[in-house]
Design a protein. Structure first.
Length: 436
């Protein structure tokens, strides 16, 4: 059992300064980051203890409404922060399973002392067990006095593609063959770019660079035992509060324009694209089906369909599906029904994952999984591992991909992969390989 927590309010300070002066210096650290200029939402940072038994996270009951009044220090009241990788779920779904040795497929840190950052009210909270909260608040206050860290320049590195752009285009045609044969009607085809390094990457520095170039409401850094996930994810996978679950699949991407007119035209073209709209609706239907397995009958509904959201580098087409969970549903139950997300697999899910495993020529690892927090009280907020970097002992990797339908154009899909991989690679000091 995790301890009951209490909190003390503190004066505002730059979250990047607080993290740099405190958790950044520890072996097991996390920063779920709403972004450098966030004016809404929450960030969470602290030092965690590795969870030796991930089954305790899977056993947390999500379906029961909260019996406690909301806390002023945000929706996360202590629990676990971590990730789950794609490949183990691939095995659960009946597809072939291949483990990635670069980083653990599942990693959770127990979070019982942390800083809650309220961006809307510009306030920090020191959260800890009641008998420790005063001392922890004094410690956070000392971190808050630190200067905002500068963003260090990245040393140049070479990225190595798992497959060439030409081979990826050939894989797209194989996806279209599978769709023509009726084995799938949408496939999320991905690939990987590896960045070898003779010395370990500084995960904190990589995160500072990525959050500067690609701020996102679900960014983050989770580091433990020499491995780290750094993310600028724009896609919330699962949010659970008071027994209600929301998922926000993203399918459809366009680059930002060079000026206001081009930018508006790019967003409008995305909104009107028959291919992108069809792809998004396919995944919405898949997520409705997934949630229906663990939600009360007739409670699953589409709250938002085909909305364009804008980020520093891209426009995205986003929808929202919600449902009321059955009372005894656990984290493990919800993930068994929904994970990996349809936006990262395709439909029908089991057939899609089997086809993709055959085509992709290697494991996805942490990429295409999910990360975030699970509260011991039955709340949760998990984002997709996309627009992300995984740092490991031999260097780092970046995964990227896109949804393939019968209407896909190979050249456009190759360009979309390059667009998605460019910023995470740049945070490592690497460029796309020449053939990309």
């Amino acid at each position: 059992m995790l301890p009951t927590l209490s909190a003390l309010p503190l004066r505002w300070a730059d979250p990047s300064a607080v993290f740099a002066a405190g958790p950044a210096n520890e072996q097991h650290a996390y920063w779920l980051d709403a972004g450098p200029d966030a004016t809404t939402g929450w960030s969470w940072m602290g030092v965690g203890d590795p969870e030796t038994d991930p089954s305790v996270v899977q056993a947390v009951v999500l379906g029961a409404p909260h019996r406690c009044a909301p806390e002023p220090w945000g929706p996360f009241h202590g629990g676990w922060i971590g990730w789950m990788g794609y490949d183990r779920a691939s095995g659960r779904a009946g597809a072939a399973y291949e483990e990635d040795s670069a980083a653990p497929e599942e990693l959770w840190l127990r979070a019982t002392r942390f800083v809650a950052v309220d961006h809307a009210r510009k306030r920090l909270w020191a959260v800890a067990p009641p008998d420790e909260v005063d001392a922890f608040a004094a410690r956070v206050t000392s971190w808050s006095a630190a200067a905002t860290p500068s963003v260090p320049a990245a040393a140049p590195h070479r990225a190595r593609a798992r497959v060439s752009a030409q081979e990826y285009a050939h894989q797209i045609e194989q996806c279209r063959d599978a769709i023509r044969e009726g084995d799938a009607y949408q496939l999320c085809l991905t690939t990987r770019f590896d960045v070898p390094a003779s010395a370990p990457f500084d995960a904190h520095a990589v995160h500072l660079r990525l959050r500067t170039s690609s701020p996102s409401h679900h960014g983050g850094l989770i580091r433990s035992d020499g491995v780290a996930l750094i993310s600028a994810s724009p896609e919330r996978f699962l949010q659970v509060s008071d027994g209600v679950v929301h998922t926000r699949p993203i399918k459809g991407t366009r680059p930002r324009g060079a000026d206001a007119a081009q930018d508006a035209a790019s967003a409008a073209e995305l909104q009107a694209s028959a291919k992108e709209r069809a792809e998004n609706v396919m995944i919405v239907d898949l997520m409705r089906n997934d949630l229906s397995r663990v939600c009360e009958p007739a409670s699953v509904a589409v709250d938002q369909l085909l909305a364009v959201e804008t980020y520093p580098a891209v426009h995205q087409l986003v929808s929202t599906v919600e449902g009321r969970l059955l009372p005894e549903v656990t984290v493990g139950d919800l993930l068994a029904a929904t994970f990996p997300a349809g936006s990262m697999s395709g439909a029908p899910k089991r057939s899609a994952m089997t086809i993709l495993h055959r085509l992709e020529q290697g494991p996805r690892g942490v990429f295409a999984g999910c990360f975030g927090w699970v509260g011991s009280d039955g709340a949760a907020d998990l984002a997709m591992v996309i627009r992300s970097v995984v740092v490991h002992a031999g260097g780092a990797y970046v995964g990227a991909g896109g949804g393939i339908t019968w209407g896909s154009d190979a050249a456009a899909e190759v360009a979309e992969v390059a667009l998605k991989a460019r910023a995470p690679l740049a945070a490592l000091g690497a460029q796309l390989p020449t053939e990309w």
